[in-house]
Design a protein around this ligand. Structure first.
Ligand SMILES: NC(=O)c1ccc[n+]([C@@H]2O[C@H](COP(=O)([O-])OP(=O)(O)OC[C@H]3O[C@@H](n4cnc5c(N)ncnc54)[C@H](OP(=O)(O)O)[C@@H]3O)[C@@H](O)[C@H]2O)c1
Length: 339
């Protein structure tokens, strides 16, 4: 054993029923073994709090990836290499990877990405400069291809992906409408991120507000939430429009997931329902980051973050807050090791 202290890790205690509760998780501390040849030891600084976790902690074998009771909670972390027997990584390097909710991780380097905090702060490599921003970038520009003057609806607009997708659509010259769950978040979308219109989907007349905001219909529906907002919006899809299935947050915690009954509008409008997984674009991350950096430098793009300070055992309450819609932008758990 080495003298690095103990590794705090978070495990799934039991499958959640509905929204995940604090007692669905359990933390434990374990000794950290010495690293062997080709291995490196990473200290986590930030943990990404991602909605998709709720989909993989379901009591179901329908999905390719799954976390079961007793397994470590899956998450992306950003951290620092503190010991290395691997020629590709040095002590002091910063990395991101899917290393799970734990303070210390041993890796052989596979699947890790080096980050340069001088390009963008470390936490943002999990958010706007990381998977969330890259998802918004490729899903919008490569799959939806917005044109100046078109109308784009982003659901889950104030979230990690949505807050970036809306800004990208504005940069493409589109009219951008977002949906979220409160007046405060709507004001933030318009005043801070430049959305043209933001609609509180909890308002009784939210659909009438959407109809009024999109007189020329919706060329692109960038959907992060699924559920009734996405379903009703399909009635406004434009001729040859695109519905981009980025995520279905409203369905992840339902016993029975439901799809859009209004799909019929896609037929008459010759529209396309498009699936998307960011990992298909892994070879092009550097290209997107170059563009994102330019927009940050010229002041036309923000990387919104919602940082919760805490330790490994605080992850469950952050995750609960995510599904309560408390976050403005990417939710991050900032661990004590982060300066
Ligand atoms: N396809 C890909 O490659 C890819 C990559 C990354 C993420 N994703 C997906 O993209 C989606 C957004 O992810 P994210 O990381 O950016 O999460 P996020 O949007 O930052 O966080 C989740 C948000 O979902 C909203 N929400 C919660 N319950 C809801 C409900 N019942 N109905 C509608 N909205 C609800 C809340 O915002 P409100 O306050 O607005 O309700 C909450 O802030 C997720 O579905 C995720 O799985 C896909």
């Amino acid at each position: 054993m080495n003298n690095l202290g103990k590794n705090k890790k978070l495990l799934l205690a039991k499958y959640p029923n509905g929204l995940a509760e604090l007692d669905d998780f359990i933390s434990e501390e374990v000794e950290v073994p010495n690293i062997v040849d080709n291995e490196l030891l990473i200290q986590s600084h930030y943990v990404g709090v991602d909605a998709a976790l709720r989909l993989i902690v379901r009591d179901s074998d329908e999905f390719l990836f799954r976390v079961q009771p007793g397994d470590i909670i899956h998450a992306n972390i950003a951290g620092e290499v503190i010991a290395s027997n691997n020629k590709d990584f040095e002590v002091g390097d910063f990395v991101t990877g899917a290393l799970g909710v734990q303070s210390l991780s041993i890796s052989n380097g596979e699947g890790l990405e080096k980050c340069d905090p001088s390009l963008s702060p470390l936490g943002s490599w999990l958010g706007g400069f990381g998977v969330s921003g890259l998802t918004a970038y490729f899903a919008l520009f490569d799959e939806c291809k917005p044109q100046p003057g078109e109308t784009v609806l982003v659901t889950g607009a104030a979230g990690a992906v949505g807050s970036m997708a809306g800004q990208f659509a504005k940069l493409a010259g589109a009219k951008v409408i977002g949906t979220t769950s409160s007046k405060e978040k709507c004001d933030w979308l318009v005043n801070e991120l430049g959305y043209d219109v933001a609609i509180n989907y909890k308002d009784e007349n939210w659909y009438e507000q959407l109809e009024a905001a999109a007189p020329d219909r919706l060329n692109i529906i960038f959907d992060n939430t699924g559920g009734s907002v996405m379903n009703e919006s399909l009635k406004l899809i434009a001729m040859h429009g695109v519905v981009l299935l980025c995520g279905s947050t409203s369905q992840y915690y339902q016993d029975e997931m439901s799809g859009p009954s209004n799909y019929i509008w896609l037929g008459s409008m010759r529209a396309r329902l498009q699936g998307f997984v960011i990992f298909d674009y892994a070879e092009r991350y550097a290209e997107a980051r170059k563009k994102i950096s330019q927009w940050i430098d010229n002041g036309s793009l923000k990387l919104p973050e919602f940082v919760c300070d805490g330790d490994i055992e605080d992850f469950p309450s952050a995750f609960k807050k995510l599904f309560e819609g408390k976050n403005f932008g990417k939710m991050l758990l900032k661990l004590p090791a982060a300066k």
